[in-house]
Design a protein around this ligand. Structure first.
Ligand code: FAD
Length: 313
């Protein structure tokens, strides 16, 4: 087999390319975004400004496809840890017991994670990652998909096409255009929204924990996460909730944090007033400080805006 084309150069597309390059002489990955040359946010990954973690199995699989990737991320500021032993989980006002899970995850910003994977995949023999290339349809012949139609330029023939276009995938529509029945679709409505703040860290904050997770419950549908980040001047603090959860007001954080669900969490001043998590990422040098987070009460949620959305659009 000679040529595989992957639509989408985000996590699935890049990792698909890492797997396919073992089977195909050439792998071409197309993305409609202008892909950043440094670890920065980009349009197609709106959630990249929020706190981000990589769970153990995902990290393991990525290391299998791209050996040494975890170590490279750690060298660039990601934090490795046991997310059962080194994290504080608070559920329904109770702190969960700690313990060695033997499962090692990573805390790394999404731009760092995706940027390093993109660098590694782009360097694989036979793999090309092309930015600013929009796929607009599929080519087909004799009941087989035979390539991709880009918005500009010549059709791209392929022995295999992988659609890793994420939630905006057009494959069902494209298959319909070719006269095929679109696949049956299942949708799970999650309707969780995130708001994020960055805070300066102080050594010793979070008592050495990597992350504090205050889970939402049916009675308290808003939760919170405070994440420590090495070599970065502040962590990200997302606050998921079931409804738009704007986060301009910071004053309620300490008060709320003093309640049952946030016991033991202190709050530092935000890096700058009104910051809404839209700042570009990358792991910069530390300026010290410590992480803190709280959960906003519903009646204080009305000022500001949510910057993320998990669920149906
Ligand atoms: C708020 C939030 C927080 C999250 N936190 C975490 C976390 O902490 N840890 C974690 O592991 N996961 C997290 N996730 C989930 C994770 O971000 C997604 O699972 C992941 O990004 C999905 O990757 P993907 O490659 O399948 O699709 P996407 O990331 O959606 O990428 C699709 C890509 O395809 C490109 N594309 C689409 N259509 C075309 C086209 N026609 N032509 C060319 N290119 C195209 C887009 O530009 C994009 O780059 C979070 C998600 C959200 C929303």
């Amino acid at each position: 087999m000679d040529h595989a084309v992957v639509i989408g150069a985000s996590m699935s597309g890049l990792l698909a390319a890492a797997a396919l390059h073992r089977l195909f002489g050439r792998v071409t990955v197309l993305d409609r975004d202008t892909l950043p040359t440094v670890d920065a946010h980009r349009r197609g990954v709106a959630q990249s400004r929020h706190a981000h973690g990589l769970l153990a199995k995902g990290r393991e699989v990525i290391d299998e496809l791209l050996p040494g990737l975890s170590a490279e991320l750690v060298a660039q500021g990601a934090i490795r840890g046991d997310l059962q032993r080194d994290a504080r989980h608070i559920h329904g006002g109770h702190r969960l017991a700690r313990g060695d899970s033997g499962l090692s995850g990573l805390l790394a910003s999404r731009p760092l994670l995706e940027g390093q994977i993109r660098r590694r995949v782009s360097a694989l023999p036979g793999v090309r990652v092309l930015a600013d290339r929009i796929a607009t349809g599929l080519l087909a012949q004799d009941g087989r998909v035979t390539g991709v139609r880009p918005a500009d330029g010549e059709p791209i023939p392929a022995d295999l096409v992988v659609d890793a276009g994420g939630r905006g995938s057009r494959t069902p529509f494209w298959l319909g255009e070719l006269g095929y029945e679109p696949p049956r679709e299942e949708r799970v409505v999650i309707d969780v929204r995130y708001g994020t703040r960055e805070f300066r860290r102080r050594p010793g904050d979070l008592d050495g924990d990597l992350v504090v997770i205050i889970a939402p419950t049916p009675e308290h549908p808003r939760g919170g996460v405070a994440e420590r980040r090495a070599r970065r001047r502040a962590p990200l603090v997302p606050k998921p909730g079931r409804r738009p959860a704007p986060l301009r007001a910071l004053e309620p954080f300490p008060r709320r944090a003093a309640g049952d669900r946030g016991r033991g969490v202190r709050v530092q001043p935000a890096l700058r007033p009104g910051h809404d998590g839209r700042r570009a990422g990358g792991e910069g040098p530390a300026r010290g400080g410590a992480a803190a987070a709280g959960v906003l009460p519903p009646d204080r949620q009305d000022r500001g805006r949510a910057v993320g959305h998990h669920g149906r659009r």
